[in-house]
Design a protein around this ligand. Structure first.
Ligand code: 6R9
Length: 681
């Protein structure tokens, strides 16, 4: 065990868990008697009616009947009530800061206490109710990283409505697809926002999406165009600058020129409806298994999957894992840099931390604006103690050297976290040594949109760390490594990562398509939850997630489906066929490498490449823009016509060792493509 990091005795002394054996004992307990451990942890929350059944019940084998998972059956609660009212009344957190908001521009900031967050959330709950939103209805949310986003999620939860957040970097097409899939009755958005220097007219994109919904659903029964509530974030109040927009302040850098398209009768200004709404709203009690939210994640067929998360299990899992894995203290200032449009933002910026009564930082901007030291400057400004980010962000900052970091003290930092993809050792060491000054443990947290919360993660002061390994399972979580035949491999092994039993925070279904849920996660290895990831277990029992084994790729920590990108490229009239694979990238981890076969009469040119890139941005969003597009007069196909992506991956990564090509219809294709490949360094 050469590269192993252990916390100092001093740092351990005050931690929740102080040694590996303490972790192991608690882990064993969590497996032997989940009821005892989780039941104890559940006591910190308010249950309007207690659970009547065992802590969890599940069937993960489609052959034995419908796949189903329930947690705390029979209990009723309200997640928003637990995060706000309960923390205020039981834990006296009314005056504690819940959210520090740091805007894109320097000097643009706000803060909300738990009491203020409750007041605004109640108003918004009344706004939603006044618009006819009821328990179980779906509300689409397409917003920048501003407090109104958190308020909207909590308000939905308060009235039992199901939010469906769509990342504000997704295109109008993607938004429209998600609004229609979940049949949302309302959309909450904002006029616009800045990312660094770049202004995004969000309402324009939202309007385009709503137009698309209308076009596609023309004539179909039961679809009525969603209403739209718009936060004025960038625009100037009617009547000109200086007219108060209270209680909601727009960004410090208003844009008098921002054109916000508007449709009377459908669109409502947030500040106007909020102003008229009452500040008190009783919570609507929900069943432990009622849906809390839907969040879409890429699917290997190209169609995104609306993962459905429910109430009790999700609340418990996110709260407990956040508290233990970050060793949370009442005085901590916790910063998760993920966007709320992703699961990390849902579980570890909103639900887990607020359930724990933590003070959270919500940052609207990007790490490199106005300068590459913005993260470190913010850490000092708010005296951040717990910092959670992604390897891709670390790598992109690492390339600017140590000087921008060393301009700031960062002495407040206590625990660092990593999520989204495997962290490479160079980035791990830089994060540990330079950012954390060698003092702070790094919790490498492995989990997914589907899992709701951490599945593999260290206890920061108890688990000896190995750079690049998410170490051991969280409480109540049982990993296994299977071979191609579905046989479990013990000891040192490499294969498919699965989980042997249900855990509280797991997604219960895919919205509107339970069969797809069963097929995607439980069909390949009946009785196990299949992650889609490969994994290795070393001789010390540490888990090392090696990456996706399906047709998904992880670009800058975002999961993308190669099929979806291929479909976007195929929508260009010049393209007959497209094949997309991932290839390694020094900053993004993985990137997209696309092969396109053109229609006769079209020539491959720079203009065409630019058009193809644009097509992908339009259909999916800027996060999916491919780095490499190669002309492929022919693709390597089997005689039955299947594209051999294995060979394309080799070409993309510059490896001429194609392996067995005898099954190809034309064995010359790989070398021809290889000779013409794009430079990928
Ligand atoms: C939370 C999140 C899930 C996929 C997952 C895996 C990769 C996430 C990781 C990791 C290695 C880690 N992944 N965390 N790989 N080490 N610590 O990212 O959810 O967007 O659904 O992505 O991300 O491949 O399957 P999501």
């Amino acid at each position: 065990m050469s590269d192993v990091y252990e916390a100092s005795a001093d740092a351990r002394s005050s931690a929740f868990l102080r040694s590996l054996s303490e972790y192991q004992a608690l882990y064993e307990r969590s497996l032997q008697d989940p009821q005892e451990l989780w039941g104890e942890l559940a006591k910190q929350f308010h249950w309007q009616t207690p659970s009547t059944g065992p802590f969890m019940q599940s069937n993960l084998n489609p052959a034995l009947g419908r796949v189903s998972v329930t947690c705390m059956a029979g209990a009723t609660t309200n997640v928003c009530y637990n995060l706000l009212d309960h923390n205020i009344s039981e834990n006296r957190l009314g005056d504690k800061v819940a959210i520090y908001w740091e805007g894109n521009c320097l000097g643009d900031s706000r803060k909300l206490t738990y009491q203020q967050l409750l007041n605004d959330t109640c108003r918004m709950s009344n706004v939603l109710t006044n618009q006819g939103v009821k328990k179980g209805d779906r509300v689409a949310v397409y917003m920048p990283m501003i407090p109104e986003l958190v308020i909207t999620l909590l308000a939905c939860s308060r009235i039992g409505a199901v939010h469906s957040v769509v990342f504000a970097g997704f295109s109008a097409d993607s938004l429209a697809e998600r609004i229609m899939d979940a049949q949302c009755c309302l959309l909450v958005t904002a006029d616009g926002f800045f990312r660094g220097e770049k202004m995004i007219n969000l309402k324009q994109i939202a309007d385009d999406a709503l137009d698309r919904c209308r076009e596609r659903e023309k004539g179909s029964k039961g679809f009525s165009e969603p209403k739209c509530i718009v936060v004025r974030h960038l625009g100037v109040a009617p009547g000109g600058p200086g007219v108060p927009n209270r209680p909601y302040t727009p960004a410090k850098r208003p844009c008098p020129n921002l054109q916000t398209p508007w449709q009377d009768g459908r669109d409502l200004w947030w500040h106007e409806v909020m102003h008229k709404a009452h500040e008190e709203a009783p919570p609507v009690w929900c069943d432990s298994e009622d849906p809390l939210f839907i969040l879409y994640t890429s699917g290997s067929t190209g169609k995104p999957k609306g993962m459905v998360h429910t109430q009790a299990g999700y609340l418990l899992h996110t709260a407990v894992s956040h508290r233990l894995v970050f060793d949370l203290r009442p005085s901590d200032v916790y910063w998760c840099t993920a966007d709320i449009g992703w699961i990390t933002g849902h579980s570890y910026l909103v639900y887990g931390p607020l359930a724990n009564g933590a003070t959270c930082l919500l940052f609207e901007g990007i790490p490199t604006y106005p300068e590459v030291d913005r993260f470190w400057q913010i850490i000092d400004k708010y005296q951040v103690t717990l910092f959670y980010t992604a390897p891709t962000a670390i790598r992109s900052l690492m390339k600017h050297g140590n000087e921008p970091v060393l301009r700031h003290s960062r002495h407040s930092l206590r625990v660092l976290g990593s999520v989204g993809e495997p962290i490479n050792p160079e980035a791990w060491h830089w994060y540990h040594r330079v950012i954390g000054g060698g003092r702070c443990p790094i919790v490498d947290t492995y989990w997914q949109t589907e899992t709701g919360g951490f599945l593999l993660a260290p206890m920061p002061f108890a688990t000896p760390l190995k750079p690049g390994s998410a170490t051991f399972p969280f409480f109540g979580v049982v990993p296994a490594i299977l071979n191609e035949h579905g046989e479990e491999m013990k000891g040192e092994a490499e294969g498919y990562l699965v989980f042997k039993q249900a855990w509280p925070g797991m997604a219960r279904t895919i919205y509107g398509d339970h069969r797809r849920y069963e097929e995607t996660y439980f069909q390949k290895f009946p009785g196990f939850y299949f992650t889609g990831d490969g994994c290795r277990r070393d001789s010390d029992g540490y888990y090392w997630v090696t990456g996706r084994v399906d047709d998904l790729l992880n670009m800058s920590g975002h999961l993308l489906s190669t099929a979806e990108v291929e479909a976007a490229l195929g929508a260009h009239p010049a393209v007959v066929e497209a094949a997309t694979v991932s290839c390694p990238h020094s900053l993004k981890g993985q990137t997209l490498y696309c092969f396109v076969t053109l229609q006769a009469g079209h020539t491959f040119s720079r203009t065409l490449v630019a058009e193809l890139r644009q097509k992908v941005r339009e259909k999916i969003g800027p996060i999916a823009t491919p780095d490499y597009i190669q002309n492929a007069p022919a693709l390597p196909k089997t005689r039955s016509g299947k594209i051999m992506r294995r060979i394309l991956r080799k070409i993309a990564s510059g490896d001429p060792d194609f392996g067995d090509v005898t099954t190809l219809a034309d064995p010359c294709v790989p070398s021809a493509l290889f000779a013409d490949r794009c430079r990928t360094t």
